[in-house]
Write a protein that binds this ligand. Structure first.
Ligand code: SF4
Length: 271
């Protein structure tokens, strides 16, 4: 199967374990925690256990790698959607040690390691100044404050691709001051308690990417959208006050809100 993840920008997802601890405002409505909870698993917090997987689970990437090789393609693997690979917790060390050789053994897969703890990357990975070419390293920047804290750590590691996940975008964000960012994924928050994203924050980020030739991917509006599709009655309305003018956001739910920004989709990937 060429694609088995519902996340638009990846073919596969691989989780070395499930469970995590919240670290910043972007975690407030962590969908992984909600999803695990729905399945009856209490895996979030320092005192909660983590869930680990058997050898069959760990063989999936080997299979995906063979499929990609046979197809003569590169395929992306998002690692991890249900945890953070760089969480500090002693029992995770042996599982991390199992992940690094797996990445090296699957050169037809591009591994997207996305973390909110980039300060731990250098000491937890074995590669120092020589990273395998199939790692794309990313960090979340939900606002300027967390960009300032995390992006410098991200850029310390010489991965082939560095990316920023500005999702959910909770404040204005400028990435102009950093060199070496290859890709930005942006989006709003979904779910009942979704916080609004000002469309002007998304536009400003897109324009910065455009000026600097950084690939830009707009994933979704999430719950709140700036335009009301024909024939849809909004569940809520919200007035945002911003520089120059106020704007209305409509609470539509994720699928009605869609992913058009200024009339088109933005699905760029790094070269
Ligand atoms: S770091 Fe990721 S997985 Fe962990 S709590 Fe935050 S959003 Fe959830």
């Amino acid at each position: 199967m060429a694609k088995d993840s519902r996340i638009e920008w990846t073919h596969h997802t691989f989780n070395p374990w499930w469970g995590c601890v919240r670290v910043s405002p972007a975690c407030a409505h962590c969908y992984a925690e909600t999803w695990a909870h729905r399945l009856g698993a209490k895996l979030w917090g320092r005192d909660a256990p983590r869930r680990f997987f058997n050898e069959e689970h760990w063989r999936h990437p080997i299979k995906w790698n063979k499929e990609a090789e046979r197809a003569g393609e590169r395929r992306r693997v998002f690692c991890a959607s249900m945890s953070d690979v760089f969480e500090v917790r002693a029992e995770l060390n042996s599982w991390r040690e199992k992940l690094w050789p797996l990445i090296e053994q699957t050169p037809s897969l591009d591994w997207l390691l996305l973390t909110k703890r980039p300060q731990n990357i250098q000491r937890m990975t074995p590669w120092g100044a020589n990273w395998p070419l199939n790692v794309w390293l990313g960090t979340t920047a939900e606002n300027q404050k967390h960009a300032e804290l995390r992006i410098p750590h991200l850029l310390e590691s010489p991965a082939r691709v560095h990316f920023i996940s500005a999702e959910p975008l909770l404040g204005s964000l400028s990435i102009k001051k950093w060199k070496g960012i290859d890709w930005v994924i942006a989006g709003g928050e979904s779910g009942h308690h979704a916080r609004p994203t000002d469309p002007e924050w998304i536009r400003a980020l897109r324009d910065e990417c455009d000026e600097r030739k950084i690939a830009f991917h707009f994933k979704q509006w999430g719950h709140w959208a700036p335009e009301l599709p024909h024939g849809i009655t909004p569940r809520q309305k919200l007035q945002l006050e911003g520089p120059g003018r106020s704007r209305i956001l409509y609470g539509l739910g994720k699928s009605a809100a869609g992913r058009l920004l200024d009339g088109r989709t933005w699905d760029q990937f790094p070269a």
